[in-house]
Design a protein around this ligand. Structure first.
Ligand code: G3P
Length: 217
């Protein structure tokens, strides 16, 4: 499973990329707002740091303007992935843009039939939002399982990009189901390495090693 980080914070992205943990990045208009800098500068900087797909979202809502904005964003770098909302206009723009060879991430997916339509429109990635479904007492992870099954039934190549990830358990379950990618906020991604027994075990090993009086080199 690939790991993308869900942020527009370039410092966080650099840290995770240096640790070798990143296969890509996802941004959205809310994350750009938090970063409080010009979107095109942010996307260009991220694309310099990360070789994998960097999702940059259009803000137009009609087909023609979505295609126009998508192409402007894709000019920033070869690894820009145009992010489009899951609407009729978005799917039409997806079909055209992927037909021309652009990478497209169809976002704001909340149902399996929406994901089916995105795959039929040739989406490179589909982004089902797990956490936001859990927030309203629906089962976000069931959606990932349903989409996996549907895509496998018909051999769609669209990659399932599990989004709106809130917990370590979301990552674990998405991996067990076979999501192709998880996009994870920086703090959650860094938290995946943590386990209290790892810390406790390391403390014990180091204390015992000190008692031997030895050094390795
Ligand atoms: O980038 C899309 C998605 O991951 C948003 O997550 O936490 O705002 O629901 P969240």
């Amino acid at each position: 499973m690939k790991f993308f980080v869900d942020t527009a914070d370039i410092a966080e992205i650099r840290e995770l990329a240096d640790a070798g943990l990143l296969d890509g990045v996802t941004t959205n208009p809310s994350l750009i707002m938090k970063a409080d800098r010009p979107m095109k500068d942010i996307v260009a900087e991220i694309c310099d740091v990360v070789d994998g797909p960097v999702s940059a979202e259009v803000t137009a809502t009609d087909y023609a303007s979505m295609v126009r904005e998508g192409k402007i964003l894709a000019e920033i770098a070869d690894n820009v992935c145009i992010k489009l909302p899951l609407t009729l206009d978005g799917l039409k723009a997806c079909k055209d843009l992927t037909g021309e060879g652009y990478l497209v991430n169809v976002t704001l997916c909340f149902s399996a039939v929406q994901a089916l339509l995105a795959a039929k429109a040739g989406a490179t990635f589909i982004s089902p939002f797990i956490g936001r479904l859990d927030d309203i007492n629906l089962d976000g992870m069931q959606l990932i399982a349903d989409i996996r099954r549907i895509y496998d039934n018909y051999e769609f190549e669209t990659e399932i990009l599990a989004a709106s990830i809130r917990t370590m358990n979301h990552v674990r379950e998405a991996a067990l189901i076979g999501a192709d990618v998880c996009t994870v906020p920086p703090a959650t991604l860094k938290g995946l390495v943590k386990h209290p027994l790892t810390d406790k075990g390391l403390d014990q090993f180091l204390a015992d090693w000190k008692k031997t009086g030895q050094t390795i080199g």
